[in-house]
Design a protein around this ligand. Sequence first.
Ligand code: GDP
Ligand code: MG
Length: 432
Amino acid sequence: NLGTSLKDAVKKLAGKTVIDRAAVDELVRDLQRALLQSDVNVKLVMHLSQAIKQRALDEEPLKGMGVREHVLRIVYQELVRLMGTPGEVALGPQTILMAGLQGSGKTTTTAKLARYFQRKGLRVGVICADTFRPGAYEQLKTLCDRIAVPCFGDPKEADALKIVREGLPKYRKLYEVIIIDTQGRHALEENLIEEIVNINEIAHPDHRWLVIDAALGQQASEQARRFHEAIGIDGVLVTKMDGTAKGGGALSAVAETQSGIVFIGSGETIEDLERFDPDGFISRLLGMGDLKALVERAEEAVSTEDLDVNAMLKGKFTLRDMYKQLEALNKMGPLKQIMSMLPLGGMQIPDDAYDITSTKMQRYKVIMDSMTSPELDDPSMIGSSRIQRIARGAGVTPDDVRDLIKYYKIMQRALKGMRGMGGGKFNMQRMM
Ligand code: GDP
Ligand code: MG
């Protein structure tokens, strides 16, 4: 499924020793495969691939951010972009027109939405403007009865426009949120489109939401385009996400209508409706915990500590710099899962270098406090007699001091390695 293959693609990148052009190409290929398998539109996938490659090349990593993290951040941002910004849901008076083909889940979702707004304390009324499907009114009425929401309609009336003309003014006086369920038919016949255009003109709804079955594949684009041209869709509702469906089609609908997913239908009961959260969705998809929070925390940690890796690359790397690095890392929280995202560039750091506990940090701090300024700037001057003095001053063993210096040397070597790789900036252009 989409989640697993995306996760694999990202894991593969995270495990790479060097993030070069080939590594990015491979990641993009893996992403493409995963997205296409999930029925995401080919054009969208190509666009995403281009954007990721282009940005990875053109943009410079944020200060202190490594190439690996830089690339992942772009992948994440472009995926969020692909999902669109989630549609707004105002908790106030509004009229919502439901659009979509028969069987997509309009009637069910109409009732779910009624329940959603009812729970928010709003007075809700529903109008059944589906005069095509036999039993349409009864279906909606039965669902609405369960939640004590009034349902306007007439099973004997054949004119949907008449129902809206009658029901809407009446309900607008009585209720705050009004949801209009419409017919869908099986295909995009002209009279279906014509009818919804007319309902839209009569009702002047605040929202025109398109209901899309998660199982819908490449046809989603066409459907969305037709409805969008007809009435201007401003939100997408994806139904049946509880099934095996991949939901890739919904992304096409989002792109086609330039809107966003508003809600997700996740089951057959009236409560099975969730607000769409792209960040959480993608983080789950990539299997990296809360990736957004991680990226933000990394940015924050980096900026508060003002880590300037580029300056460090050009100039000298002092013990003070190293301590700043460690502090920044510590702020990022649990490191195990994000080892590959160190704000130290794409360089390789021996595994034990990650093994810095806060106790160790504390000890390092105490040791550094009993060093002189020149020693902090140039630890190479620290010989065995200085080690003895520092250890005594800090109340630690000489081995503790040696441990700190050893750690410093590992970091320094890694930085040197990086310097040899490409120069001052993480110049992807040169690397790719
Ligand atoms: P409409 O023709 O667009 O009004 O579609 P319906 O609301 O009648 O739904 C068609 C079928 O899909 C019904 O059997 C619903 O129970 C089912 N359905 C709708 N939404 C969901 C959902 O989120 N999950 C599941 N499992 N089934 C759904
Ligand atoms: Mg229906």
